[in-house]
Ligand binder design. Structure first.
Ligand SMILES: [Fe+2]
Ligand SMILES: [Fe+2]
Length: 314
């Protein structure tokens, strides 16, 4: 039995290409990349030349990312079902691209580990980080899987805050920025630099979709702003614990001039500004939200700021 009675794409004007999700979809289609095309031979030489400490830090970061990309590949899938249940074909289409990109990110990190010769079990790099495990084995899968039973706006907000604003917007973004600094400061790991640049480009669209999704629910029902705030409060401590956990797990001071406070500040700044973008949707007209490009513009602004800072640091 199916509840399909008609076809969105057959309706007059079928898909609104000006809608936010269709714009993201179109943009993403034009920016596809292939992890297998990236040359990782210099990365293998750079990793071999590192001190043990530098190698540990580099691999711990890469392992956290790879397991995180695998998690988000699997955990996004209930959101596709939630969009289908709501009859939002454009969002469903965009999320197929989104999940494909997460799969590609997982591939890129695994190719990197294989290329640099780290083919042993990598679990020890994450095993001691209890907050990492809390986020990736409980909070993330739990809040996304809740959508399969009940795709309500409230559950969508809880899932999006966890996935888009904490995991992508706080953890991943902070880490990608550190990667760029590590690599650029020494001129090492050119393959990883390319990987991170592509992933960062994809992630800006992902986070913009998360902001958009929260905005449309908050605009439709002002009481849902509390759901955003509540989920954020629940996750702030474990999220910060993921960042500090890597520092705790190492006996020696971090190499590559990685600064924990700088990372935490960076994360909080972006998080606060994204939340501001969601809050600004309170009381807004839903028709405006659906075509409003501001979540995308915000991510582009963050990117421009990061690029300027990297140039200044270099
Ligand atoms: Fe990703
Ligand atoms: Fe992502």
């Amino acid at each position: 039995m199916s509840d399909r009675t008609g076809f969105t794409s057959l309706r007059p004007r079928g898909l609104n290409f000006d809608s936010f999700p269709m714009r993201l979809f179109t943009k993403g289609n034009a920016r596809q990349w292939n992890p297998a095309d990236i040359d990782l031979s210099q990365d293998a030489r750079d990793v071999a030349a590192m001190t043990d400490d530098e190698r540990w830090w580099t691999c711990a970061l890469a392992a956290q990312f790879m397991a995180g990309e695998e998690s988000v590949t699997q955990d996004l899938q209930p959101f596709l079902g939630a969009m289908a249940a709501e009859g939002r074909l454009a969002d469903e289409m965009y999320l197929t691209q989104f999940v494909y990109e997460e799969a590609k990110h997982t591939e890129a990190f695994r190719r990197w580990f294989d290329a640099v010769g780290l083919t042993d079990d990598l679990h020890p790099y994450i095993a001691g980080n209890e907050h990492y495990l809390q986020i990736f084995t409980e909070e993330l899968p739990g809040s996304l899987q809740a959508l399969a039973q009940d795709p309500s706006p409230r559950n969508q907000i809880r899932a999006s805050v966890t996935y888009n604003h904490i995991v992508e917007g706080t953890l991943a973004l902070t880490g990608y920025f550190s990667w760029q600094k590590i690599c650029a400061s020494r001129g090492i790991l050119p393959g990883m630099q390319k990987i991170i640049k592509h992933i960062g480009d994809d992630e800006r669209r992902h986070m913009a979709w998360g902001t958009f999704t929260c905005r449309r629910h908050v605009a439709a029902d002002d009481a849902l702003w509390d759901a955003v705030d509540e989920r954020m409060q629940e996750l702030l401590v474990p999220a910060m614990g993921v960042v500090t956990g890597t520092f705790d797990a190492s006996d020696s001071p971090p190499p590559f001039a990685i600064d924990m406070n700088e990372m935490a500040e960076y994360a909080m700044d972006k998080l606060g500004r994204r939340l501001g973008a969601i809050e600004s949707a309170r009381g807004a007209d839903l028709r405006v939200i659906d075509v409003d490009a501001s979540p995308e513009a915000l991510e582009e602004r963050f990117h421009a700021e990061d690029s300027a800072e990297l140039v200044a640091a270099g």
